[in-house]
Every structure is written in structure tokens, then in C-alpha cells.
Design a binder for this molecule. Structure first.
Ligand SMILES: O=P(O)(O)OC[C@H]1O[C@H](OP(=O)(O)OP(=O)(O)O)[C@H](O)[C@@H]1O
Ligand code: HPA
Ligand SMILES: [Mg+2]
Length: 180
């Protein structure tokens, strides 16, 4: 698996530091509140669990499963809801947690889909933001790292469902997915 990585962008230590910084910021911003933290599956698995442990807050958790890459390196353009949340979000302070914000399609879909249920507030925290990937307008309120316009894997991010379990975020060698 490691042989398929061109370059490590963020090490385990870098990611830990980002989780600590974001967790401290959220702890401050949501002091005295009881936010509902919604992780976007599947890519968010590691970031969600690490970030939550850096948040000194009483929070509720839920997950939503949406997909649009279906394992590939480009968004299909169509976001599919695989599994909805089970919590009523009306009048709740919602924090969406994502591994990466790229074309913006997933977040734009989630914003429409969830804001229709009238949460009190709606904020987004993403570990990675790839501004050059943007196709539709979307922005996060909390960002770990701004990343270059490359296809990334690891720490939850996949290619064909593989590489999610790399402990770091790296650039996948283009020859791995060329001509596929
Ligand atoms: O801004 P976008 O271009 O929409 O890309 C971001 C989304 O793409 C990935 O999900 P994917 O569809 O690959 O599902 P997965 O998390 O199950 O891998 C990633 O986890 C984000 O949710
Ligand atoms: O760079 C990426 N890598 C993996 N999954 C993704 N989903 C959106 N962008 C990416
Ligand atoms: Mg994926």
C-alpha cells in the first residue's frame, strides 16, 4: 500500500495537531451548548473519532452516509444518499464533519437536504479543503489543511475503497489510477 504513495502530505503528528487545534476551537465556540455532530461516511471515520476526543463538550453524535465518487478519482456529479441520520435536527446546533471538501457537491447536497429540517445553526468542519477542486459553491467554517489539486488517499480517504487505513494523508501515484 505504501509503495503506491507519491508523497506523504500530512503525517500522523500533523493530523493530531490539526485535530487538537480544531477541537479546541469548537470547544470554545460551542461552550455551554449541546451540538449535534454529524459525520459524513465513510471517509470521515478516523477524523470523526479523533476530533471528538479533542472536544471538551457534551455533544450528540450521528452519521449520514452519502457517496458520489463510487471509488473513482472524480465526482460522478450525482450525490446518492445511502443512509440518513436518525436524530431530529430541528432547532439543533449542527456540526457537519467531513474528511475532504473538493468539488463541493457533497456539501451542497447536505446543506440543502439538512437545512430543510430547520436546525438552529449549521456549521461545517473539514480536515482537508481542496479549493481548486470546486465546481459548485461550498465553504467550511473550520478547516484543518488547504490541500493541492491532487488525488489524496489515507486517513479515511479511498481509491476503489482501498488506502483508507493508511495512518497519514498522501498523494496517490497517478500510475495507480491511470488508464483505469
Ligand atoms: O466535495 P466533493 O467533490 O463532493 O467530495 C467530497 C466527498 O467525497 C468523498 O466521499 P465519497 O463519495 O468518495 O464517499 P466515501 O466517503 O464513502 O469514500 C469524501 O469523503 C467527501 O464526502
Ligand atoms: O482527493 C480525494 N481523494 C479521495 N476521495 C476524495 N473525494 C473527494 N476528493 C477526494
Ligand atoms: Mg470515496
Amino acid at each position: 500500500m505504501n509503495n503506491d504513495i507519491e508523497r506523504v502530505l500530512y503525517s500522523q503528528d500533523d493530523i493530531k495537531a490539526a485535530c487538537q487545534r480544531l477541537g479546541a476551537q469548537l470547544t470554545e465556540d460551542y461552550a455551554g451548548k449541546r451540538p449535534l455532530v454529524i459525520g459524513v461516511l465513510k471517509g470521515v471515520i478516523f477524523f470523526m473519532t479523533d476530533l471528538l476526543r479533542e472536544m471538551d463538550l457534551m455533544a450528540d453524535l450521528d452519521f449520514i452516509d452519502v457517496s458520489s465518487y463510487h471509488g473513482g478519482t472524480a465526482s460522478t456529479g450525482e450525490v446518492t444518499l445511502e443512509q440518513d441520520i436518525s436524530t431530529d435536527i430541528k432547532d439543533r446546533d449542527v456540526i457537519i464533519v467531513e474528511d475532504i471538501l473538493d468539488s463541493g457537491r457533497t456539501l451542497a447536497y447536505l446543506k440543502d437536504f439538512l437545512e430543510a429540517r430547520q436546525p438552529r445553526s449549521f456549521k461545517v468542519c473539514t480536515l482537508l479543503d481542496k479549493p481548486e477542486g470546486r465546481v459548485v459553491e461550498a465553504r467550511a467554517d473550520y478547516v484543518g489543511f488547504n490541500v493541492p489539486n491532487e488525488f489524496l488517499v489515507g486517513y479515511g480517504l479511498d481509491y476503489q475503497e482501498f488506502y483508507r487505513n493508511l495512518p497519514y494523508v498522501g498523494i496517490l501515484k497517478p500510475e495507480v489510477y491511470a488508464n483505469k
